[in-house]
Write a protein that binds this ligand. Structure first.
Ligand code: ADP
Ligand code: MG
Length: 487
């Protein structure tokens, strides 16, 4: 049980972030797993943790524990306080729409106090039969989900579009409407926690919605590898291949994990070819662009560039704030714009951490039964490691400011165009990125349209020369720098 729970924590850390593990799952233990009734019994340290987990993480528990225990349709029960396994347990609580209801032990349905101090949340006690009905619907939903592995909560309508992800988002929309016909494969790359997985599930869910009969398969690459290894072990690699070759839409996440996995790459190569020839849509994601993935066969790298390669960059403050407001709505937390701005400014680059910070603030407000104020947010996030200013300067902020000051677009700076204004703006961006961030020249070049590091050095030298001989130019660069630093 220990081993399985540890494995589960690792997965949750990957998927939801270490803060979620630290705040909610660390203190929970896996008590029992009954194979016949497919019941999993967990123990939470207190009702608050129990309710929060039930409200927010039931899906995650079912998906990942289900996979680890090799069982579909898990029933998950969480005990707390002095409940013991021996007591006959009734499904403790399930979330349903905007209501939370709890039935504990064999007693009558019991109302609980609001878990979150929001104005519009109601807790309603429900009868047992109603609750099992709801449970059945939930299980049905779960079943529908596991057949394609899609997470139903990652959708287009809760994906916030900003300058950092507009290309990837537009490509995703185009793909949904022309499955297999445009941008095949679609390759999405970007840093961790920036929304690649969310966008992939959104595509899958939308396709499923439009065409319920479509065969869709979402897998992370490490699960793909494990499944393949198992298939070989059981002499079922043909079945493995057939299973993937019959899909209409294949979503393979974090493809960089295929690195150095020669046999899996070989298998993937064949699957890719068949799907591509049959105009079946392939969507891949990675943390870097294809050519940068080490340990990947050249023929795979080139195939990954056959369609469209779209990046997701660090979000700007405005996008982060919008994402926070959306997440707050989903978690039924009421936060003011002031608080959203504050949290967004504290977490600079990773949206998963942004959400973690929001949840911590929400949890704290709920514990002390107070609304979420700026003071409270400051108190809770006091210990959030301050990112050093230098690292925190985000490349996209620099790019945005330079583009604005030179009256050119971000896409023009990233393009191959050589008009004078665009070339200067590009060189200024290189110069400021080198000065204000800790990124390597290679990373900077990669960020601006995949240029190599000698191009970056050359441009930076040119700017340094200009700054010495042209005072007005120097002043302009300093002014842009100030703007970036004050953002
Ligand atoms: P990645 O796969 O790039 O590491 P994820 O897709 O797992 O990142 O995103 C991490 C978290 O951030 C998820 O909870 C996701 O819903 C959220 N997120 C990322 N980008 C957006 C966005 N543009 N709008 C709303 N939520 C987002
Ligand atoms: Mg991901």
């Amino acid at each position: 049980m220990h081993l399985i729970w540890d494995e589960f924590l690792k997965i949750i850390k990957e998927e939801a972030g270490s803060q979620v593990v630290e705040t909610w799952f660390k203190a929970v233990t896996l008590l029992e797993w009954d194979t016949t009734s497919r019941q999993v019994i967990l123990k939470a340290p207190n009702p608050f943790v129990k309710n929060w987990i039930q409200q927010h993480y039931t899906q995650l528990l079912k998906t990942h524990l289900g996979r680890l225990l090799h069982a579909d349709d898990l029933k998950i029960f969480i005990l707390c306080n002095n409940q013991t396994v021996d007591e006959k347990i009734i499904p403790a609580s399930v979330t349903h729409d905007n209501q939370l209801f709890v039935i504990e032990k064999k007693q009558a349905p019991k109302k609980i106090t609001p878990t979150l101090t929001t104005n519009n949340m109601v807790n309603v006690g429900k009868s047992r039969s109603e609750s099992s009905l709801t449970l059945m619907t939930l299980e049905k939903k779960e079943k529908a989900k596991t057949s394609s592995n899609l997470n139903p909560s990652y959708l287009f309508n809760n994906f916030i579009v900003g300058p950092s992800n507009s290309l990837a988002h537009a490509a995703a929309c185009a793909v949904v409407n022309n499955l297999g016909k445009v941008y095949n494969p679609l390759f999405i790359y970007g840093g961790t926690g920036l929304g690649k997985t969310h966008l992939m599930h959104a595509i899958g869910n939308e396709v499923k919605h439009k065409n319920p009969k479509a065969i869709i398969r979402y897998e992370t690459s490490d699960r793909f590898i494990n499944e393949f290894i198992n298939a070989i072990r059981l002499d079922r690699s043909l079945q493995f291949r057939e299973k993937y070759q019959k899909v209409d839409l294949l979503l393979l996440d974090d493809i960089q994990f295929l690195s150095n996995k020669e046999q899996t790459q070989e298998m993937f190569f064949h699957i890719f070819n068949v799907l591509y020839e049959e105009q079946k849509q392939i969507i891949l994601s990675s943390d870097t662009f294809p050519q940068e993935i080490t340990g990947l066969q050249g023929r795979l790298k080139s195939r990954m560039e056959w369609g469209l390669v779209a990046d997701i960059q660090f979000p700007d403050l405005e996008t982060k704030t919008a994402i926070l407001c959306k997440k707050a709505e989903q978690h039924r937390l009421t936060i003011s714009e002031e608080v959203a701005d504050y949290i967004a400014s504290r977490v600079r680059s990773n949206i998963r951490e942004l959400e973690g910070a929001l949840i911590r603030v929400g949890a704290f407000a709920s514990l002390i039964n107070q609304p979420i104020s700026l003071d409270l947010a400051k108190k809770v996030l006091l210990n959030l490691a301050e990112e050093p200013k230098k690292e925190g300067i985000i490349l996209s902020t620099i790019l945005k400011n330079v583009a604005k000051n030179y009256d050119v677009s971000i896409n023009e700076i990233k393009s191959k165009k050589r008009f004078k204004d665009i070339s200067i703006a590009r060189a200024v961006a290189f110069f400021l990125m080198k000065k204000l961030s800790d990124c390597s020249l290679q990373a900077i070049g990669g960020f601006i349209g995949g240029r190599d590091h000698s191009t970056v050095i050359h441009a930076i030298n040119k700017i340094e020369e200009l700054m010495i001989c042209d005072h007005a130019f120097k002043k302009k660069i300093e002014m842009i720098e100030q703007r970036i630093l004050s953002e």
